[in-house]
Design a protein around this ligand. Structure first.
Ligand SMILES: CC(C)(C)c1cccc(C(=O)NCC2(NC(=O)c3cccc4nocc34)CCCCC2)c1
Length: 231
């Protein structure tokens, strides 16, 4: 899977994307993350990438030319146009189901906005779909792009070393995780549920399944509904 990220802050990606599982996945050649600096494609002698909005208003808007030319640089020579995703508050909110779909792509181009936004003609012409990571105000699309890369990369075979455990991880079946404990068995007088120390694997699995269901029903009734529908 190749991610080409069009951004004004490529160094942010280099730092985050070489760490942890994404870094290892890149070393294994399973995932490639290229941060493309939109500013490298500006034709303006002052390397301008933004300008005042037509119609007035506060803030600046990202201009067409640098983004169009960065896009062309990434896609030139390719026989198929990769799927272009604009990380945007106006997009469909990212879910695990969408991540599974995206993980089947070979090559994704992610576009990150900044300032007050991007010129609409970029969206009309280049963008296939807008995806949001959630309803809150952010400074740019960079963190959302890293969130998308993280959740999609984990789904690529070979990226997660413990592939086996993935299947029983509760988010795989859409439920919240059961409570987790580790040593010591009693911490400052606080015990670990007996069942987990019993060694009865069938009972432990049953208890965990009940805990996942109960927690999801209580904390995320929306996910619980989804789960019941999917059963
Ligand atoms: C109603 C709501 C959602 C609170 C809202 C309404 C109006 C504006 C924003 C907002 O944050 N504008 C700033 C902006 N955000 C994002 O890029 C962004 C935000 C959230 C999730 C995202 N997922 O991907 C990208 C995301 C970064 C600078 C360039 C313009 C977009 C938010």
């Amino acid at each position: 899977m190749k991610f080409d990220v069009l951004t004004l802050f490529p160094e942010t990606f280099e730092l985050v994307m070489k760490e942890s599982i994404i870094g290892r996945a890149q070393e294994k050649g399973l995932v490639e993350v290229n941060a493309i600096d939109i500013r490298d494609y500006t034709k303006d002698k002052h390397r301008k990438v933004d300008d005042y909005p037509f119609g007035g208003g506060s803030g600046m808007v990202m201009m067409c030319q640098p983004v169009f030319d960065a896009f062309r640089a990434v896609t030139q020579g390719l026989d198929t146009k990769p799927r272009v995703i604009f990380m945007s508050p106006q997009g469909r909110v990212l879910t695990q189901k969408m991540a599974v779909e995206l993980s089947k792509e070979e090559h994704l181009i992610l576009l990150c906005g900044h300032y007050e936004g991007i010129d609409e003609r970029i969206i009309e012409e280049l963008v296939d779909e807008e995806i949001s990571i959630g309803d809150y105000v952010l400074t740019g699309g960079e963190l959302p792009a890293m969130v998308l890369i993280d959740c999609v990369s984990r789904l690529i075979p070979g990226v997660l070393s413990s592939e086996g455990s993935f299947s029983d991880e509760s988010h795989f079946n859409g439920l919240l995780e059961y409570p987790q404990y580790t040593r010591p068995a009693e911490y400052e007088g606080r015990p670990v549920p007996e069942i987990l120390l019993s060694g009865h694997h069938a009972n432990i699995q049953k208890w965990r399944a009940e805990q996942s269901l109960e927690r999801t029903r209580k904390k995320r009734p929306d996910l619980y509904e989804e789960y019941l529908k999917g059963k």
